[in-house]
Design a protein around this ligand. Structure first.
Ligand SMILES: [Zn+2]
Length: 188
């Protein structure tokens, strides 16, 4: 006897998957047909950031299929103290502080969906892939805030795989992963 219930179920799943693929295509078409540009505000926030990292961010905006803006470059000691004390930063030795060479070595990039900020980690994976490509071209080593254990620019894995690997590594060590998707820093 044919079990229609199970057929219906499979078909539903198939339709569901098709719908997801179609939505994905529409989204990508919309995204790929747009060239993103850094706003003046984003460019201003790159003031005081290491010139090579600035170069990476400027290239990455051309490669990314998710729009982003710069929310932080240089951070003063007072602000860093507050973030550290509230647990939003895990270190007082932040690369956002001016380093010995006179530049900050970190940027925070916020993903946008249209004019709305996005907190979807998938968007940050995509930005990290663009940063990885740009970093390789500029010839600098980068660390991404969602995969602290390996260099983003040296790993053959996609940013998404790298993040999952980081989470697995931390869990095996019984440590909580510290995911800071918007954060990128020079490995120096
Ligand atoms: Zn940061």
């Amino acid at each position: 006897m044919i079990n229609f219930g199970s057929f219906n179920n499979k078909w539903d799943k198939h339709v569901e998957r098709k719908k997801i693929n179609r939505d994905w295509d529409i989204k990508n078409f919309r995204r790929n047909s747009m060239a993103f540009k850094l706003s003046q505000r984003s460019l201003d926030r790159l003031d005081g950031v290491h010139p090579q990292l600035v170069e990476v961010v400027k290239k990455a905006i051309e490669y990314t299929d998710v729009d982003f803006g710069v929310i932080y470059g240089v951070r003063d000691l007072e602000t860093q103290k507050k973030l550290y004390e509230s647990g939003k930063s895990q270190t007082m030795a932040s690369k956002h502080l001016i380093q010995e060479d006179g530049y900050a070595h970190a940027v925070d990039l916020m993903a946008y969906d249209g004019s709305n900020p996005s907190w979807d980690i998938v968007d940050y994976d995509n930005i990290a892939d663009a940063m990885r490509k740009a970093g390789k071209e500029v010839g600098v080593d980068l660390v991404w805030g969602a995969a602290w254990h390996k260099l983003l620019t040296m790993s053959p894995d996609s940013a998404e795989d790298l993040m999952n690997d980081y989470i697995d590594t931390r869990r095996k060590e019984n440590r909580r992963p510290f995911i800071d998707g918007p954060h990128f820093q020079l490995h120096t």
